[in-house]
Write a new protein. Structure first.
Length: 444
């Protein structure tokens, strides 16, 4: 261990974001000493764990609320994860080629898919248009029990590594980082309690003990904003923790990842069906979206931390009011609340699933207990808007805070690249961008 608990960089949080940065610093920079602190006893036990998310590598090709521009950007970061997996031989170990599609149901949505396919096919040349007859061959569960007059169509592919165990990838980042740089320390079961700026260094208090660094990156999920607020940063942001639950199908249903058409006003994916890569022959449907007064889904809740991170104010209430004033969003919020209420939830959710698999009944699905994490959605109090994705507080003082709702696992290496750039600029260190681009960015 380096002397006096001093490091060039300290990373707070051992999910996929923190570990991707650890790996990037170890392999692609000349930064010597790095420490990562994770409060639980293993890497990626929360949102980055395969139980916490939908296990989808978001390439932008089936996410119908992304514009073409956003899809191209997301695809770039997804490609980094695929390339990383190929570099270490993780194909069919931590990443899988499950066919995937965006499904349109009814004439209006079918037309939407046709138009979108035309718009996307140059940027995503591997995507195919699948009409009803083709879908009957590829994914018969979509047709069985469906009204013969109801048209369906999809744009999809079986050529991408569409499903990823982000938790295992996070653990592999740590293993591979340690092979690249032996001056890395990863501390488990160590919660960062406080961060203070002292002169041009940071004092990071972990269980009462001080550690020091020149630069700090906080990748602590919803806790990132809590730590930022405690240091007086990010006061124009509020965090709205949105839980997402899943339902398991008890019967044989889908063989592919089937996404439905999303409402562009909502930052969350519409309900989709995904063959689960950690439970053989099980399909998950979800996630739901429910605002929860806590910063972690399944652990003891510190209500005051939630309040401090939400930082209620006139502007925050105005954002809530505007959201609830919109009929679609109000209906969505109410429905999603009911999907969590025992006794009625399975019956109501089955109706949602029937859009994808028409023959499923409430007896064929069950609420997946303990599955699904929490998305730290950020509200910008100045523009009075809910961010549709990730948010970063770049202080310019040697500390960065990242809040990473979906597709944060997919963009882990893209975000690590941005942070490595900031860190190297600040510390005057070398970032081997050519090597990063050659190994991770260019399509293989
Ligand atoms: C229901 C759902 C479905 C999703 N589906 C997808 C998907 O299909 N594809 C996709 O790309 N993304 C998906 N996401 C988003 C994705 O899961 C997250 O963006 C990603 O896991 C965030 O990773 P992270 O490392 O930033 O945060 P986390 O995984 O939350 O890790 C943060 C870590 O910080 C630690 N920590 C917190 N506070 C402290 C502290 N004070 N000291 C030390 N450690 C601390 C925590 O213990 C935790 O391990 C989904 C999210 C949800 C909730």
């Amino acid at each position: 261990m380096p002397n006096n608990h001093y490091y060039n960089v300290i990373i707070v949080g051992g999910g996929i974001s923190g570990t991707a940065l650890l790996y990037t610093l170890a392999k692609y920079t000349n930064i010597k000493t790095v420490a990562l602190f994770e409060k639980y006893n293993d890497i990626a036990t929360l949102n980055s764990n395969a139980k916490g998310n939908s296990q989808t590598l978001h390439c932008g090709d089936i996410e119908t609320n992304y514009t073409l521009e956003k899809a191209i950007k997301t695809n770039k970061t997804a490609t980094m994860v695929e390339n990383y997996g190929k570099l270490y031989g993780y194909e069919n170990k931590y990443m899988f080629k499950i066919p995937k599609m965006a499904l349109g149901v009814g004439d209006k949505e079918v037309q939407f898919i046709k138009d979108r396919y035309k718009e996307f096919k140059d940027a995503f040349p591997y995507m195919e248009y699948w009409d009803k007859a083709k879908l009957a061959e590829i994914e018969p569960a979509l047709l069985k029990g469906r009204d013969a007059n109801e048209d369906i169509a999809a744009m999809g592919t079986d050529k991408r590594w569409s499903a990823v165990d982000f938790g295992e990838i996070a653990k592999s980042f740590v293993r591979n980082a340690k092979k690249e740089n032996s001056d890395i320390d990863v501390y488990l079961s160590k919660e960062v309690e406080k961060i203070k700026k002292i002169g041009n260094k940071f004092e990071v208090i972990v269980e009462g003990k001080p550690y020091y660094s020149d630069y700090v990156v906080v990748n602590a999920g919803a806790h990132s904003l809590l730590l930022a607020h405690q240091m007086g940063h990010g006061q124009n942001f509020s965090c709205l923790p949105v839980g997402g639950s899943f339902y398991y199908s008890k019967i044989d249903s889908l063989k592919s990842k089937v996404y439905t058409i999303q409402n562009p006003k909502l930052p969350f994916a519409a309900i989709h069906g995904d063959p689960d890569i950690i439970h053989d022959n099980t399909v998950r449907f979800g996630p739901t979206a429910i605002v929860l007064p806590k910063l972690e889904r399944y652990h003891h809740a510190h209500f005051l931390d939630f309040i401090e991170t939400l930082a209620p104010s006139k502007e925050v209430f105005e954002v809530f009011y505007d959201l609830m004033y919109d009929d679609d969003i109000r209906e969505y919020a109410i429905k999603n609340f009911l999907y969590e209420v025992p006794g009625i939830r399975t019956k109501l959710f089955a109706k949602e699933v029937q859009k994808i698999v028409p023959f499923i009944t409430e007896d064929d699905i069950e609420f997946a207990d303990g599955i699904g994490g929490l998305r730290p959605q950020v509200i910008d109090k100045v523009s009075k808007k809910l961010f549709l994705g990730e948010a970063k507080i770049e202080t310019g003082e040697g500390i960065v805070f990242n809040m990473t709702p979906s597709p944060g696992a997919t963009s882990c290496l893209g975000n690590a690249y941005k942070d490595a750039e900031l860190i190297c600029d600040f510390l005057g260190a070398k970032f081997k961008k050519k090597k990063f681009n050659k190994e991770l960015v260019n399509e293989k």
